[in-house]
Design a binder for this molecule. Structure first.
Ligand SMILES: [Zn+2]
Length: 49
């Protein structure tokens, strides 16, 4: 099991999520579960809520 960096939930799988920092000098890499990862939400959020 792995932990999501955003909600801290223990999930079966996390995806790497790179987001720009405030300074934009480097990308902060986080590990996010499906419900926290915007790209994964696009793929699995079929209801579009
Ligand atoms: Zn999460």
């Amino acid at each position: 099991m792995e932990n999501c960096d955003n909600c801290n939930d223990e999930v079966g799988h996390v995806w790497k999520y790179r987001r720009p920092t405030e300074t934009m000098t480097y990308w902060r890499e986080e590990r996010r579960c499906a419900s926290c990862h915007p790209r994964i939400q696009e793929r699995f959020g079929q209801a579009g809520t």
